[in-house]
Write a protein that binds this ligand. Structure first.
Ligand code: NIG
Ligand code: FE
Length: 417
C-alpha cells in the first residue's frame, strides 16, 4: 500500500547532501546544504521531495506531521560502539581517578577481561534485558543506525552468544543495528600463553561460523601492545575478508605498532581511534577511501591526547566520530556530547561534527547509498531537533534536543513532556 507522509514546516532541513558520493571528504565536510522553510515528502519510507512549505497541497497525504519550525537532520549514525556488555567497571573508574592507567588496569587482569567475565556469566536473556534500554536511549537521541561489536565473550560459545544477542536486538528494533565481530578484542585469560591457539580459534572456527551464519557484517580487531600485534591483526583480517566479511581496525590508540598499514593495505572500510597516529601517516589515511573514525569520548574519559581531527580533515580525509560506548574507556552513550567534544577538543567545526555523525558515519558502516543524508530517493531516516538553528545542537553540550526520531518514514520516538 502506498503511504505518503508530509513532514511540514521545517525551519531548517540539514541535508548533508553529498551529490551522490556517499561521503564528504576534507573541506567538503563543512558543506551541509541547508534548506529553509521547506517540508519533506516521504513515500513508502523514502524521501520524495522537499517542497516549499507554503506551496504544499495537504489533502493528498495519509499522514501530516507539523514540526513547527524545528531543525531536521539525517537520522544520526553511531558507527563504533561496544553497547553489548554486562557488569560494571566503576571500581576501575575509581582506580583511574586515583592515577592508575587504562593499560596498567588491563595488565592486572582488569579492563576488557573484567567485562568478559561478566558477559560469560550472563545468559542470552539477561544480556538482551541489559542492552535494550541502551538502544532505547540511542533512539531517543535521534540515532537511526547503530553499530554494535561483540568482543566481550572471547570464547567460541560466548562470542556467538553475544552476536546472537545483537542479532536478536536487530530483529526486534526498528533501527538498523550493524553487528561487528570483535573476537580479536584481547586474548582471554585461558589463552594468555597460547596466542597461536586463540588465533586458530578465530581464523579456523569463529570467523567462518560468523560469516556463514551471517552473524556479523564486519570483523574488527584491536591492534595494540596489550592485545594483537600488526602481524596477528593481519592474519585475522585476512581470514575475515576471505570469508566475505568487511573489515575495520582499532588502531593507533595508545601505541603505533603497524596496524594502520595493515588496515589500509587490506582496504579496511574504517580505521578507528588514531589518537597517536604519526604525523607522516596522516597523508596515507587522507589519500585512502578508509573512514577515519575518531572517538573523542575515549580521550575525555581516559584523559589523554585527542586524535588529530583538524589535521586529518585539512589533509582531505573522510572523518567520522562516534561514542565508542563501552564500559572501560568511554562509558558515554551520549552522541550529542561526543559532537560537542569534537568541536571543543578536536577543533572541528559545527558543520564537520554533523557530517561526521551522518554521511561519513554511514560510509564507515557501508550504508551510505541509502542512509546518512537527506537526498531524494534515500531512506527517510530523520531526527527532529527542538532548535531554531542547527548550531544549537552542538552548543547545547550533553543535552538531548532530539524530539522525534523517524526511521524509514515511521515515527519511532517522540518526546513527551
Ligand atoms: O574502543 N580499544 C579497545 N576497546 C575499547 C575499550 C573496551 C573496554 O575497555 O572494555 C575501545 O576503547
Ligand atoms: Fe572501540
Amino acid at each position: 500500500m502506498n503511504k505518503l507522509t508530509l513532514l511540514k514546516n521545517a525551519g531548517q532541513i540539514v541535508t548533508v547532501d553529498s551529490n551522490g558520493q556517499g561521503f564528504l571528504r576534507g573541506k567538503n565536510m563543512s558543506r551541509l546544504y541547508v534548506l529553509e522553510n521547506r517540508s519533506v515528502v516521504i513515500e513508502n519510507g523514502l524521501i520524495k521531495d522537499f517542497p516549499l512549505s507554503a506551496a504544499t497541497v495537504e489533502s493528498k497525504f495519509d499522514e501530516i506531521i507539523d514540526i513547527d519550525g524545528k531543525v531536521v537532520l539525517p537520522g544520526l549514525i553511531d558507527c563504533h560502539t561496544h553497547t553489548a556488555f554486562a557488569g560494571s567497571r566503576a571500581n576501575e573508574f575509581r582506580q583511574k581517578l586515583a592515577g592508575v592507567s587504562y593499560e596498567e588496569i588491563a595488565k592486572q587482569g582488569g579492563g576488557i577481561n573484567a567485562t568478559v567475565e561478566a558477559v560469560r556469566k550472563s545468559s542470552f536473556e539477561e544480556l538482551v534485558k541489559i542492552v535494550k534500554p541502551r538502544i532505547d536511549y540511542f533512539i531517543s537521541q535521534g540515532v537511526t543506525t547503530l553499530e554494535i561489536k561483540s568482543g566481550y565473550g572471547l570464547s567460541y560459545y560466548d562470542e556467538i552468544k553475544l552476536l546472537q544477542v545483537i542479532n536478536h536486538l536487530k530483529s526486534i528494533y526498528p533501527i538498523d543495528i550493524v553487528p561487528t565481530f570483535l573476537g580479536a578484542h584481547t586474548y582471554p585469560p585461558e589463552y594468555k600463553n597460547e596466542h597461536g591457539k586463540y588465533l586458530e580459534l578465530l581464523t579456523e572456527n569463529l570467523i567462518p561460523y560468523v560469516a556463514e551464519n551471517k552473524l556479523a557484517e564486519f570483523c574488527d580487531a584491536f591492534c595494540e601492545t596489550t592485545a594483537f600485534s600488526a602481524e596477528e591483526s593481519e592474519v585475522i583480517l585476512k581470514a575475515a575478508k576471505k570469508n566475505g566479511l568487511k573489515i575495520k581496525l582499532h588502531t593507533e590508540q595508545f601505541n603505533s605498532i603497524g596496524g594502520l598499514d595493515v588496515a589500509l593495505k587490506l582496504d579496511a572500510v574504517s580505521v578507528d581511534h588514531l589518537e597517536v597516529v604519526k604525523e607522516s601517516d596522516i597523508r596515507k589515511i587522507a589519500t585512502s577511501d578508509a573512514v577515519a573514525v575518531l572517538l573523542p569520548g575515549v580521550s575525555f574519559f581516559l584523559d589523554y591526547g585527542y586524535a588529530p581531527a583538524r589535521k586529518l580533515i585539512d589533509a582531505n580525509a573522510i572523518v567520522a566520530i562516534s561514542t565508542d560506548f563501552n564500559p572501560g574507556s568511554s562509558h558515554i552513550p551520549n552522541l550529542n556530547l561526543i559532537m560537542s567534544l569534537a568541536a571543543l577538543k578536536m577543533e572541528m567545526t559545527i558543520e564537520e561534527t554533523i557530517s561526521a555523525v551522518t554521511i561519513n558515519a554511514a560510509k564507515a558502516l557501508g550504508v551510505q547509498e541509502k542512509r546518512g543524508s537527506l537526498e531524494i530517493g534515500k531512506a527517510a531516516d530523520l531526527a527532529v531537533f527542538g532548535a531554531e538553528e542547527y548550531s544549537e545542537i552542538v552548543y547545547n553540550v550533553g543535552t538531548n534536543l532530539n524530539e522525534m526520531t523517524i526511521k524509514n518514514g515511521n515515527v519511532i520516538y517522540e518526546r513527551r513532556d
